[in-house]
Ligand binder design. Structure first.
Ligand code: C5P
Length: 221
């Protein structure tokens, strides 16, 4: 049966501004925002609490650790909860960020995330963001956006987001970290054939949001 609600899928590499853009687009359209990366991060946080040595992780132990993870509804978005408590802060830390790509390579973890994202999006108008929302999870999304930006610009945005004072050295280091994550996530970070690619390097956040909202309105006419 054809879906009656709308799905806008926003994909792209690390620090391309997907989540903040997705949230702003959702707010403007009165949709809900679902961040698929938060589930990969929550699964990583859950296994890190149990076992610090990633070489000992298996799909079974990660899935078992992730079993109590839920996405709980906030006003216009969802946040991950583990054993009844929000883990929003823990999942954004450097430890989880460093290990998350390893967890995201596990096929059954990907199935678990995809199932949870589809379940959360079910019967709602949503903006979903991640790497493979437009290719794997919602191949029939009403609008697919692929956000790209120069790696140095993405590094700069990350540093600003953290409120870290910026130096050339810090910027170099962050650019390297972003490129490494790009390489680790390359397999699943592919634009759908029918996605609109937006290069945000020289755009402000408001400009990119306005472009996506305009495309969404065009599609729904
Ligand atoms: O989007 P974010 O950077 O929070 O995602 C964290 C990690 O989760 C990514 O580096 C990637 O390894 C994984 N991910 C993924 N597929 C998605 C969303 C995130 O593989 N749809």
């Amino acid at each position: 049966m054809k879906r009656r609600t709308s799905v806008i899928a926003i994909d792209g590499p690390a620090a391309s501004g997907k989540s903040s853009t997705a949230q702003m687009v959702a707010d403007k359209l009165g949709f809900l925002h679902v961040d698929s990366g938060s589930l990969y991060r929550a699964a990583s946080a859950a296994i890190l609490r149990r076992e610090r040595d990633p070489s000992r992780w298996t799909e079974d132990t990660v899935l078992d650790a992730a079993k109590p993870v839920e996405l709980r509804a906030a006003r216009t978005s969802f946040y991950p909860v583990l054993d009844g408590r929000s883990i929003e802060e823990e999942i954004r830390g450097p430890d989880v960020t460093h290990h998350v790509s390893r967890v995201a390579q596990m096929p059954r973890v990907r199935q678990w995330v995809n199932g949870k994202v589809r379940e959360t999006a079910n019967s709602r108008n949503v903006v979903v963001d991640g790497r493979d929302m437009g290719t794997v999870v919602f191949p029939d999304a009403d609008l697919k956006i692929f956000l790209v930006a120069d790696s140095r610009e993405r590094a700069l945005r990350r540093l600003r987001q953290r409120g870290t004072p910026t130096s050339e050295q810090l910027l170099d280091d962050e650019t390297i970290r972003i490129k490494e994550r790009d390489a680790r996530d390359a397999k699943q970070t592919v634009a759908a054939r029918d996605a609109v690619t937006i290069d945000t390097t020289a755009l402000t956040q408001d400009e990119q949001v306005a472009q996506i909202v305009a495309l969404a309105k065009e599609r729904s006419e």
